[in-house]
Write a protein that binds this ligand. Structure first.
Ligand code: KG4
Ligand code: ZN
Length: 367
């Protein structure tokens, strides 16, 4: 049988992405246009600038995904698009594009929850889930632990009460004088720093909760840097240093702060995830989202998986951060459960705070 070809479109945050995926398992193309150059000087995402860049990028990115994927729009069986959560203006760019393409080519179109995309990424790489499982979604906008009994049944176990883990990486990087996004740079600097140099707080660690809090550790880093007069990283070729600009000029004290901060965040993520696994009584773990690229987090989870006989599903780093292949896969899996063809796409709205549980309950109700 001919594989089902899905065109995925993702514009929820600062990446304009499109991909062609066959049968939720074979990535024919995955194009991601980042906007780091637009936001770097602000140390965070500026929504209005993100929307403008999405508008410029969306059609070239979709064209590139189709041509690299060796498919024409007429050969696409399904268009899957992120409808939330995310920046409302950014979501609307992708959603409007998907609706227009679907309408013009009479192709079925399905809306996908961005987090659903992150959660199914290991399936896209061949993983086979056994339920119940615990899922940790850890990115620039999210830090959440879920219990998944089956694809249609999901429960939020805990979430951040303030900053997401990736947001804390980005904010700490900014106050250390590093570029945006901060996670990869702190990850890299930490390799040369002492994670035990500074005992930064591990919030809610001893409490009987699966919630997180990362704003305290960020503030603690700020006070530490101020109190010890630790100079920010020297400018690189184009402003705050990016990964490729990092040189020996970054002080050892700064590397130690970076490593100690990273250790504090990773300690909490690992401890709460293990607590969630014990609470649910499962050994099956899915970890996804941009922060899942972090080498220390991956190493600690792999060690825990070996020690406790866990099955750890974690995407390869290139698929941890936002991309449209995961949206295409989530769309394909969704229609395989909900039935074919999906309907009502023209009425579909973008929803800035679309909850994952609701998205999957809808799926359950229909399936
Ligand atoms: O999933 P993602 O691309 O976008 C959101 O949905 O938020 O995640 C981006 C986040 C950023 O905050 C970035 O700093 C963080 O993931 N990140 C990392 C690493 N790579 C990306 N954080 C820590 N270590 C990394 N290696
Ligand atoms: Zn994401």
């Amino acid at each position: 049988m001919r594989p089902m070809l899905v065109l995925g479109i993702e514009t929820s945050c600062d990446e304009t992405a499109a991909a062609v995926v066959a049968d939720a398992s074979d990535i024919r193309s995955s194009i991601v246009a980042t906007q780091f150059d637009v936001h770097a000087r602000y140390g965070g995402i500026v929504p209005e600038l993100a929307c403008r860049r999405h508008t410029e990028n969306i059609l070239p990115v979709v064209r590139a995904a189709l041509s690299e994927g060796g498919a024409t729009l007429e050969e696409i069986d399904l268009i899957a698009v992120t409808r939330g959560p995310g920046l409302i203006g950014a979501l609307l760019v992708g959603l409007s594009c998907a609706k227009a393409l679907a309408y013009a080519s009479a192709t079925p179109c399905v809306g996908v929850n961005h987090l659903e995309g992150h959660l199914v990424t290991p399936i896209l790489e061949g993983a086979d889930y056994h339920y119940p499982l615990v899922a940790l979604v850890v990115s620039g906008g999210h830090t959440e632990l879920y219990r998944v009994d089956r694809p249609g049944r999901i429960e939020l176990l805990g979430q951040t009460l303030d900053d997401a883990a990736g947001e804390a990486f980005d904010k700490v990087a900014k106050l250390l004088g590093l570029s945006f996004p901060g996670g990869p740079i702190i990850d890299r600097l930490s390799e040369e720093g002492d994670p035990e140099a500074v005992a930064f707080p591990r919030a809610l660690m001893d409490r009987d909760t699966l919630d997180f809090s990362f704003s305290g550790v960020k503030t603690a880093v700020k006070y530490f840097v101020d109190d010890h007069s630790i100079a920010p990283a020297p400018f690189g070729s184009q402003g705050p240093p990016r990964e490729e600009d990092l040189t020996a000029e970054v002080s050892q004290a700064l590397k130690d702060v970076a490593a100690s901060f990273q250790a504090a965040v990773v300690d909490v993520l690992v401890a709460k995830t293990l607590a969630a696994l014990h609470q649910v009584g499962t050994r099956e773990l899915v970890v996804a989202g941009g922060v899942a690229c972090n080498r220390e987090l991956r190493a600690r989870l792999e060690a825990a998986a070996a020690a406790e006989s866990l099955t750890l599903h974690i995407p390869s780093p290139a698929l941890c951060t936002d991309n449209a292949a995961m949206i295409a896969a989530a769309g394909a899996l969704r229609v395989s459960r909900e039935g074919w063809p999906p309907d009502g796409f023209l009425e579909m709205d973008a929803v800035a705070n679309l909850p994952l549980a609701t998205a999957l309950e809808v799926m359950e109700g229909a399936g």
